[in-house]
Design a protein around this ligand. Structure first.
Ligand code: C2E
Ligand code: CA
Ligand code: CA
Length: 593
């Protein structure tokens, strides 16, 4: 109540007799008291802590009930006591500053952790300086901000932790690696960055569903985390890739290598232990790459890249192993990248050339050619296919490359046939697994046939056994589709792979091609002679043609003839040679057939 109103009331009361006071002013007084009580009761029920502090003495003048329960203190002990007894320093220091400035226009906020005998909770205190009846006060309002803090933490966690495994995510890991590098620079101790990539994770996801994959990732995270010392960091940087950061290994490189090798192997073995995923037992493996670091000569990006290269090396060596980063690996990768780049250009610039190797019948007469690609490198000269086909397969370049080969070889045969018409004359073309598996392969072959005008039955596609083993049903369907166009199929390198009679029986083939390594030793090695005989017999049983490649000597030729082989290819007749030479040496000299 404003002070002049008090005064007015008092004068009125003093100037009147007891009975009239009762009659006229008691009700007013009671009303007023009721109002005040109601207001205090409201304040008492508020969840906020409310203090009224005397600005001069810093004593508590008034407060609400909530304070008693939160601070676990009685009204008596609070009233008239110093505020500094109850609230953390940060709040009382802020209050002192505010009182010194006598600034009534601002409200200052302080966040502190408040403790009582049960727990501690985050509070935000709002302090306001105020003047009232010529007295200076400070009002302090405190509220529990646990919920806000929890929400903030959640946002922070979402930004820095992986929601599936609750491990640090890529961003947080990057920070930690940078810090570790700086620390290693100060202490000159080796640390290690270990990249762990689960093997065949995609297959699990694809065959069993994502919930299986997720469950596996969680279990792996828990297992690996359990082996860590405090200070080590395990994070997930996406997919099935985990990064482990180990610091302060040793001052000596040899020790650090030994320790991290031992540790990585332990993790590998741990990951190899069986998992139970939704009631099913599974086993998994991981490919691991390790890079050591000391000082800050390599930054986090370089280290991550090196760990990745080492991990990739483990994959290439057959998975489920640990590899340490070696600069030679990088050299290999860089060489490969350069080659990939050059090959890409080579395909466009038509630096590829086809050589042709004649195939002959029992009488040694020409019946067709195998097209064999070479890369005519501007600096390195002719590069044999074994030096670049695997890279082309790995990078997907085999698709445009294979397309080019198919197109060029067919076009060549059409051109030859125009000038040297012959009834029997086909072209054999090698087809890579990846190329054959391409969904568009069938269309590509059809297009080539249309564009070049070649008769489809003059085209023989050479497939390898690995293709068939990988996906029998799909392969059969595809072969049948192409055979319906008239295309022939030969099974290349027969006998080297996973040859299985059951596959052979089901495959709609036209020809088996005996691998040149069996042919090489038929005269001197009884075993090889037996194998070749068996292959020829088998081919006859399945009603397939059989061609022997790598025929170099008359003895080999005779042996094969004697044992029922009807088609031949090899240096005895001719090595693979350029198209012009084929024309000069074979086509021009042989009459029409
Ligand atoms: P391949 O299909 O088994 O080809 C036969 C290889 O044996 C050829 O090697 C050929 O030069 C060689 N050869 C032929 N006759 C003899 C002989 O009497 N003795 C010996 N020791 N070797 C002989 P090349 O041309 O280096 O090809 C190697 C491989 O590269 C081929 O093996 C084939 O797998 C692949 N390749 C070649 N051209 C292509 C192509 O256009 N596409 C695909 N996908 N692969 C190709
Ligand atoms: Ca071949
Ligand atoms: Ca072959």
């Amino acid at each position: 109540m404003p002070s002049d109103k008090h005064e007015e009331l008092r004068q009125k009361i003093i100037g009147l007799g007891e009975s009239s006071v009762r009659k006229s002013y008691y009700p007013q007084l009671q009303d007023r008291i009721l109002q005040l009580e109601r207001f205090h009761a409201l304040l008492d029920r508020s969840h906020e802590l409310i203090f009224l502090i005397d600005a001069q003495t810093h004593l508590i003048v008034d407060f609400n009930d909530t304070i008693c329960s939160v601070l676990e203190a009685s009204r008596e002990s609070l009233l008239g006591s110093k505020i500094s007894r109850w609230l953390p320093n940060a709040v009382t220091q802020e209050m002192t500053l505010l009182i010194q400035k006598k600034d009534t226009s601002h409200c200052n906020l302080v966040e502190v952790e408040l403790r009582n005998s049960h727990s501690s909770f985050p509070m935000e205190f709002a302090l306001q300086y105020t003047n009232f009846s010529d007295q200076d006060y400070c009002i302090i309002l405190g509220k529990d901000i646990s919920e806000r803090k929890a929400a903030e933490k959640k946002i922070h966690d979402l930004a820095f932790y992986d929601s599936l495994t609750h491990l640090p995510n890529r961003q947080l890991l990057h920070d930690r690696i940078s810090q570790a590098v700086a620390k290693s620079h100060r202490h000159q101790k080796y640390g290690a960055l270990i990249m762990i990539d689960l093997d065949n994770f995609k297959t699990l996801n694809d065959t069993k569903g994502h919930h299986f994959g997720d469950e596996l990732l969680k279990q792996v995270a828990v297992r690996v985390q359990a082996t860590l010392r405090s200070g080590d960091t395990l994070g997930r940087i996406g997919g099935d890739e985990f990064i482990l950061l180990i610091e302060g290994l040793s001052l000596q490189k040899a020790d650090a290598t030994k320790l991290s090798d031992h540790f990585s192997r332990r993790i590998k073995n741990l990951i190899n232990q069986p998992y139970t995923l939704f009631g099913y037992q599974h086993t998994y493996s991981a490919s691991i790459g390790v890079v050591l670091f000391i000082g800050n000569e390599n930054n986090k990006d370089t280290l991550l890249q090196q760990a990745d290269i080492a991990m990739y090396h483990s994959k290439k060596l057959g998975r489920n192993r640990v590899s340490f980063y070696d600069p030679m690996m990088q050299e290999g990768i860089e060489k490969k990248m350069t080659m990939e780049h050059e090959l890409r250009i080579a395909i466009k610039k038509e630096e590829l050339v086809l050589f042709y190797q004649p195939q002959v019948d029992l009488k040694g007469e020409l019946v067709g050619f195998e097209a064999l690609v070479r890369w005519n490198h501007p600096l390195k000269g002719l590069i044999p296919p074994n030096d670049f086909i695997p890279l082309a397969e790995e990078t997907g370049l085999i698709i445009p490359l294979g397309n080019w080969v198919l197109h060029t070889a067919c076009k060549q045969l059409v051109a030859w046939l125009k000038r040297y018409p012959r009834k029997l004359m086909h072209i054999s073309i090698n087809v890579s697994v990846k190329q054959f598996q391409e969904t568009q392969f069938h269309h590509m072959v059809e297009t080539v046939i249309q564009q070049t005008g070649i008769a489809a039955d003059r085209v023989k596609l050479e497939l390898t056994e690995s293709l068939i083993v990988e996906n029998v049903v799909e392969t059969i369907t595809k072969i049948k589709l192409l055979r319906s166009l008239g295309i022939n199929f030969s099974l290349d390198d027969f006998g080297t792979g996973y040859s299985s009679l059951s596959y052979l029986k089901r495959l709609p083939l036209d020809e088996l091609k005996i691998d040149r390594f069996f042919v090489r030793d038929i005269i001197i090695d009884n075993n090889d002679a037996m194998i070749v005989k068996t292959i020829i017999e088998m081919a006859h049983n399945f009603d397939l043609d059989v061609i022997a490649e790598g025929v170099e000597t008359e003895e080999q030729f005779k042996f094969l003839q004697d044992n029922g082989c009807t088609l031949f290819q090899g240096y005895l007749f001719s090595p693979p040679i350029p198209a012009e030479e084929i024309e000069q040496l074979f086509l021009q000299s042989i009459g029409k057939k």
